[in-house]
Design a protein around this ligand. Structure first.
Ligand code: KIV
Length: 271
């Protein structure tokens, strides 16, 4: 018997129902078991096993180095923690672009080996064959448009995308295409709020924003940013709810002091 409680699980259909009745969707990143348990118990609707693990967990400058095996490791740890949330797993750079059979293999590996519930991948018309093939195997796909960090060397910077008309028009067309192909949701990163509103109004499926303003169907943040564990990343869109970097540092300094002064362990902390 499962050790997990019986709860109403969040499905792609439940997310659609939330959009239809105007209830906003909450989404956060998760990369490991202990944090995922807290995020799930708190009631987060979607946990994203983001390839941002490459930055915040592994310390790389970009999301490009993380591998499919590493994503599967992170995702399986998250899945073991979750009772309620929908677990969406990023397809990493190089696992789906330009080869739809490879994309299908990558998505199937994620679903089989991690137990995740859906995949996310970056791009519009460029990756439409990959999206169609993954969907044909019954794997739900979330699209990702706007700032797509796997293309950082094409963009050159992490600045706001789609401010110019040509890029905004392409983004709107790509969003429509993703919906027509069958994506269950479209994530938009770092684009003007007005553009995100237009896309959200034009789609039946939910949109999720990060740095895309309030007129989207849901919001996502990197959990380490929200909790103030990362220190140097301070984009305008980020709201920090804690300063855990300083809190953890303070607690560790307290522990070190107790060890040095032979205050830890005390009489009741031994056998
Ligand atoms: O990998 C990630 O964390 C993401 C979010 C920034 C949306 O894709």
């Amino acid at each position: 018997m499962s050790i997990h409680k019986k709860v109403k699980k969040v499905t792609t259909h439940a997310l659609q129902a939330m959009k239809n009745k105007g209830e906003k969707i909450s989404m956060l990143t998760a990369y490991e078991y202990s944090m995922a348990r807290i995020l799930d118990e708190a009631g987060t609707d979607i946990l994203l096993v983001g390839d941002s693990a490459s930055n915040v967990i592994a310390g790389h400058e970009t999301t490009l180095p993380i591998t499919l095996d590493q994503m599967i490791y992170h995702a399986s740890s998250v899945v073991r923690a979750v009772d309620r949330a929908l677990v969406v797993v990023d397809l990493p750079f190089g696992s789906y672009q330009g080869n739809s059979m490879k994309a299908l293999d990558s998505a199937i590996r994620i679903m089989k080996e991690s137990g995740g519930h859906a995949v996310k991948l970056e791009g519009g018309s460029e990756v439409q064959e990959s999206i169609s093939r993954i969907l044909s195997a019954g794997v739900p796909v979330m699209g990702h448009l706007g700032l797509t960090p796997q293309s950082i060397y094409k963009f050159g910077t992490y600045t706001v995308r789609a401010k110019e008309e040509a890029e905004a028009t392409k983004l709107k067309e790509d969003a429509k295409l993703l919906e027509e192909l069958g994506c269950f949701a479209v994530l938009m990163e770092k684009i003007p709020a007005q553009l995100a509103k237009e896309v959200t109004d034009s789609l039946q499926v939910p949109t999720i924003g990060i740095g895309a303003g309030p007129h989207v169907d849901g919001q996502v943040l990197v959990t380490h940013d929200l909790l103030g564990i990362t220190k140097d990343f301070q984009p305008r869109f980020l709201r920090r709810y804690l300063d855990l970097y300083e809190e953890i540092k303070g607690a560790v300094q307290h522990y070190i002091k107790d060890v040095k002064e032979q205050d830890f362990p005390n009489d009741s902390e031994q056998y």
